[in-house]
Ligand binder design. Structure first.
Ligand code: NAG
Length: 431
């Protein structure tokens, strides 16, 4: 085993317990009705929260951390940047939050009938606030893994610093007026000039000053390649660097970041698109969200893998087909569906099983515009997810359903605006 590659168990288990004997303290605060006893099956038991699409104040994040701890989870990945907003204070580049942290309005609804709400949205965290959050979370056994998403999902950067986009500042200014007010996959992508790499490196340096996590998210998902393909300068840089195509260019880009972070003793976490082209970093953790393909490839290449397949773990997805369902996106993912998640089936080959470091539920917030909406999406589905993170899956439904009332009563006591099992209350329904 190389110095950076450690077996999944070791690599993740240590941090949460580092210098802290949180386990017994936390056990008293565990949510009743959930089976979270003995040793956890997975070392990485995570939730990703998207605070880029919808900013949430620090107090809400602290509350969220406490709820995660009560569910026996130990990782909160904070998705701090996206096309629609930049939330992390960078001292060297203040416009990231000043301009990238604000948009004039947001998309309302989904699909062809969507409109714009006319309501400005803004917010960002100072480094001091985030340091406080890291400490708060560590005291509760939760590691915060920050994520800066590049080279795609980066329109908020380009609104603030158009020189880092493809075609030069003037061309970018003509395409990008502000962080994106719509949702979906933007065509915008960072350019691959050395100056841009230096900019990204500085941002990650500042990120590392604030977050002590060994794991740092670099994104890597859904970067459209059209602008790179059609831009003569990008093609020239690609040829100079001996890269065969745009996929290899993306790998090269991500590899530069991974190398820089490795210099600070960190390992990168990226979405599974990271593996398209060349493998950018042997020590990278692969977050596999698009079905099993990324996980299999990642495991074959010897990466540690975190499973977050959208069909079982995307808590922004709709909870039923009913017309009154307030968050009408994605495939139906009911509480019972979450309970069928089987991260590492009994017949999985060993080369695969041994590389699965854990599981993560992802909470994208395009359509979760208030704390109550967030609660509605996350709970009680997180209860089922947490049992699977702790015990492995799937869940035996009948006994789980018997324990469920205790869990729901506890959520109620905590003031969580969860989704009732029978469907949304009238005040939770779509207006
Ligand atoms: C994907 C995007 C994400 C988006 C979400 C919606 C990943 C890694 N990327 O398209 O930005 O918010 O799904 O469910 O999931």
């Amino acid at each position: 085993m190389s110095a950076v590659r450690r077996s999944s168990g070791e690599a993740y288990r240590d941090h949460g317990d580092e210098g802290l004997d949180t386990r017994s303290a936390l056990l008293d605060q565990r949510a009743p009705g959930l089976r979270l006893d003995g040793e956890p099956r997975f070392a990485w038991r995570g939730v990703m929260l998207d605070v880029a699409r919808r900013f949430r104040p620090i107090a809400d994040l602290e509350r969220f951390v406490e709820l995660l701890a009560a569910h026996g989870l130990n990782v909160l990945q904070l998705h701090l940047t996206d096309d629609q907003g930049w939330r992390f204070e960078v001292r060297a580049y203040p416009r990231l939050t000043e301009i990238g942290g604000r948009r004039s309005q947001s998309q309302l609804g989904h699909g062809p009938h969507s409109t714009l709400d006319g309501v400005p949205h803004e917010g960002s965290y100072t480094q001091l606030e985030l340091r406080g959050l890291v400490r708060f979370a560590a005291e509760r056994g939760i590691r915060i893994v920050p994520e800066i998403d590049v080279p795609g999902h980066a329109q908020a950067i380009l609104a603030a610093y158009p020189e880092f986009g493809v075609g030069g500042a003037d061309a970018v200014r003509a395409r990008v007026a502000e962080p994106w007010t719509r949702y979906g996959i933007s065509d915008e992508v960072l350019n691959v000039e050395s100056d841009t790499l230096e900019f990204v490196g500085t941002v990650f340096d500042e990120l590392c000053e604030v977050f002590d996590s060994e794991f740092i998210g670099i994104g890597g998902d859904e970067a459209r390649k059209r602008l790179w393909r059609e831009d003569a300068r990008t093609q020239e840089l690609m040829a100079e660097r001996g890269l065969a195509d745009e996929e290899e260019l993306q790998s090269w880009f991500l590899a530069q970041i991974a190398d820089r972070l490795r210099g600070q003793g960190r390992r990168v976490v990226g979405w599974d698109e990271m593996l398209e082209g060349r493998d950018p970093a042997p020590d990278a953790v692969v977050a596999s969200w698009r079905g099993p393909v990324g996980a299999e490839l990642g495991a074959r290449l010897g990466h540690d893998v975190v499973l977050c397949p959208d069909l079982w773990t995307y808590l922004d997805y709709r909870q039923s087909d009913a017309a009154e369902e307030p968050i009408p996106v994605g495939t139906v993912l009911s509480l019972e569906d979450v309970a069928t998640f089987d991260p590492v089936p009994a017949d999985a080959p060993e080369w695969y099983a041994e590389r699965i470091a854990g599981v993560q539920a992802n909470v994208w917030t395009e359509h979760l515009d208030t704390r109550d909406r967030l609660d509605y999406a996350v709970f009680p589905r997180l209860g089922a997810f947490a049992e699977i993170a702790w015990n492995g899956g799937p869940i035996d439904w009948a006994p789980f359903a018997e324990r469920l009332p205790d869990y729901l009563a506890w959520l109620e006591e905590q003031g969580v605006d969860f989704r009732p099992v029978d469907g949304p209350r009238p005040d939770q329904q779509r207006p």
